[in-house]
Structure formats: structure tokens, C-alpha cells
Design a protein around this ligand. Structure first.
Ligand code: NDP
Length: 295
């Protein structure tokens, strides 16, 4: 089968591309930059979606880029790189002569209100209380395609753990130097997933005809993992202490208050529909996931 992926050049996109190619599929990317096995977003708007079996959107300006200040222009980029690219792909799917059988986007668990106690399944309410939750609501709404020629799936992802990018790539050096530790009290929930499982869930959603609607993209152990558990597990795999907490005010100073909530608070997210859909995790618990990433 042939799949098209927006943002396929990134961290999650790289893992998904490799997985799909290993499974014998052909993959092409939609990118801002032209190149081999790619079309650009402009090409997509101009000439429409070439025939393919599935489409995925993984595009998005990196929210936790510490080099970019949280200002109006950054906010605009964060929103447009997700909502506008999703609209462009959805429109191309709706207008395609041979629409793909499946269309998958990856959004975030920021949809659910952070809480130390509440547990969220895919049916739980959200999407209406702060910048990120409203972004996820608009992003998921932008993906809607009328009719039922194309099966639609939304994967609400937690913090993606992998060697090639994301949170661990940013934290590895402080931890290696023994300067890592929990963020603030470390008691906040840490909704995480191994990048191999996020790619696995997207691939499962593309291939399995019965899968539709929202799937939480977190590990089965995520609802009981705190930020402190994560810091201790990472320190232990690296054979370094992880005792130095990063104070909340430092996180707020570096990232600004909006983004700081993502690190200082968290959600206990349960992958209920994901497991009911028959997806089998490769990295269900944190030691297995971290061992694999850091070996
Ligand atoms: P990356 O930071 O690796 O970026 C993915 C791709 O997005 C890039 O390769 C790039 O493709 C495209 N992109 C970047 N900036 C822009 C922009 N301003 N406009 C248009 N396209 C842009 O992301 P990840 O792989 O980590 O994440 C993939 C998706 O999953 C994102 O939407 C993200 O929000 C979501 N997600 C990720 C989490 C994580 O922990 N990593 C957690 C929850 C959700 P190109 O250069 O080819 O145009």
C-alpha cells in the first residue's frame, strides 16, 4: 500500500516511516521542503492528493523549543503548523477522486485538564479550558472529512520517548552529568509513550479496518507513572542519581507560564480504546521502554 504523511520527516514520522516500510508499504512525505519521495504542501493544495491507501498528519512546530520565546508569532506558528496542515490534507482527501481508506492524525493529551487524581479515557471531556486544550479541539475538528469513504482516527499522544528526538534527547545530557531530577515536586502524572508504540498505533490504525475515532496514545503503565518515577527510572538506567529537582520557577522562566504547565502538571491518561482495538504494546512499562531507548 502507499501512504502519505505530513510531518513524516520528523521524530515520530521517522519511526513511522521505517515501521511502514519494514511492513512492505510505500511511504511518501508531505513537507515544506521539496526532495526525494516528497511532495510539498503547495503541491498538495495545487494538484490534490495523489492516489494512496492512507494519509497521516504528524506536522507541527516543536512546542518545547527552548530557543523560541512564547510570543504571538510563535503561538501562530504552533497553531498553523498543526491546524492549517491538517485542514490542507483533509480538504485534499475530501476532494480526491480515489480517497484513501484511512486518515490518521496525532494530537495530544493536552486535551484533558491536568489533575493529580482524575483518570481520562477517550470518552472523557476536555478541549475547552486553556491554549493547548483548545488547540487540540480545533486541530481534531480540522481533520473531519464528510462522508464515510475514509476511516478517520485521532491518536491523542502523551510525551513521546525515543532516542532520536523529543523529551529524552533534550534531557539526556543533564542526566548523564548527574544533574537530572524530577520537575518541581515530581508528583505530577507523566503521560508517556515509547515512539515505537506511537508509530505502532498509527500503523495499526492505518491497517485495521475496524479502528476509528479517538485512541489515547499512552503506555498502559502511564496512568500510574509520575514525573518523579520517570526521573528515577531514567537515572537508574543511566546509572546516575536523579536527585536534583528542577524548581518550578526555573521551568517558568525558560518556557513561559503556558508551556510550563505542560511540565509542572500532567494528566493520568488511560489507553482504553487503544487496547480494546486490539493494539499490542511493545513497551508497556517504563523500565522496558527506557532500557530499549538507552541501550
Ligand atoms: P517534530 O518536531 O519532529 O516535527 C515534525 C515535522 O513537522 C517536521 O519534520 C516538519 O516537517 C514539520 N514542521 C515543523 N515546523 C513546522 C511548521 N512551522 N510548519 C509546517 N510544518 C512544520 O515533531 P514530532 O515528530 O515530535 O511530533 C509529531 C506530531 O506529534 C506533532 O504534531 C506533535 O505536536 C505531536 N505530538 C508530539 C509529542 C512529542 O512528545 N514529540 C507529544 C504529543 C503530540 P518538514 O520540515 O518536512 O516540513
Amino acid at each position: 500500500s502507499l501512504f502519505k504523511s505530513g510531518g513524516g520527516t520528523g521524530f515520530v514520522g521517522g519511526a513511522l516511516t521505517q515501521l511502514l516500510r519494514n511492513r512492505g508499504h510505500e511511504v511518501k512525505h508531505v513537507s515544506r521542503h521539496p526532495g526525494k519521495d516528497r511532495i510539498t504542501w503547495d503541491d498538495l493544495s495545487r494538484v490534490g492528493l495523489p492516489p494512496c491507501d492512507g494519509a497521516v498528519n504528524l506536522a507541527g512546530e516543536n512546542v518545547l523549543n527552548p530557543l523560541r520565546r512564547w510570543d504571538e508569532s510563535f503561538c501562530r506558528d504552533v497553531v498553523a503548523s498543526r491546524v492549517e496542515t491538517t485542514k490542507t490534507l483533509a480538504k485534499a482527501i475530501a476532494e480526491a477522486e480515489w480517497p484513501p481508506r484511512a486518515w490518521v492524525i496525532v494530537t495530544g493529551v493536552g486535551y484533558y485538564r491536568p489533575s493529580p487524581t482524575a483518570e481520562y479515557t477517550e470518552e472523557s471531556p476536555g478541549g475547552d479550558f486553556d491554549f493547548f486544550s483548545c488547540l487540540v479541539k480545533d486541530w481534531e475538528a480540522a481533520a473531519k472529512v464528510p462522508g464515510d469513504a475514509t476511516r478517520q482516527v485521532v491518536v491523542r499522544s502523551g510525551v513521546v520517548l525515543g532516542r532520536e528526538g523529543g523529551a529524552i534527547a533534550q534531557m539526556l545530557w543533564p542526566f548523564r552529568l548527574g544533574l537530572g531530577g524530577p520537575i518541581s515536586s515530581g508528583c505530577q502524572p507523566f503521560p508517556w509513550i515509547h515512539v515505537g508504540d506511537l508509530a505502532g498505533i498509527v500503523s495499526h490504525a492505518l491497517e485495521q479496518e475496524g479502528v476509528h475515532g479517538v485512541l489515547n496514545g499512552v503506555a498502559p503503565a502511564a496512568p500510574t507513572t509520575t514525573n518523579g518515577d520517570f526521573a528515577r527510572a531514567l537515572g537508574s538506567v543511566l546509572n546516575r542519581p536523579a536527585l536534583l529537582p528542577v524548581p518550578g520557577f526555573v521551568v517558568r522562566a525558560v518556557f513561559g507560564p503556558e508551556r510550563a504547565t505542560m511540565l509542572l502538571e500532567g494528566q493520568r491518561v488511560v489507553p482504553k480504546r487503544t487496547q480494546e482495538s486490539g493494539y499490542r504494546y511493545s513497551f508497556p512499562d517504563l523500565p522496558t521502554a527506557l532500557q530499549n531507548i538507552l541501550d
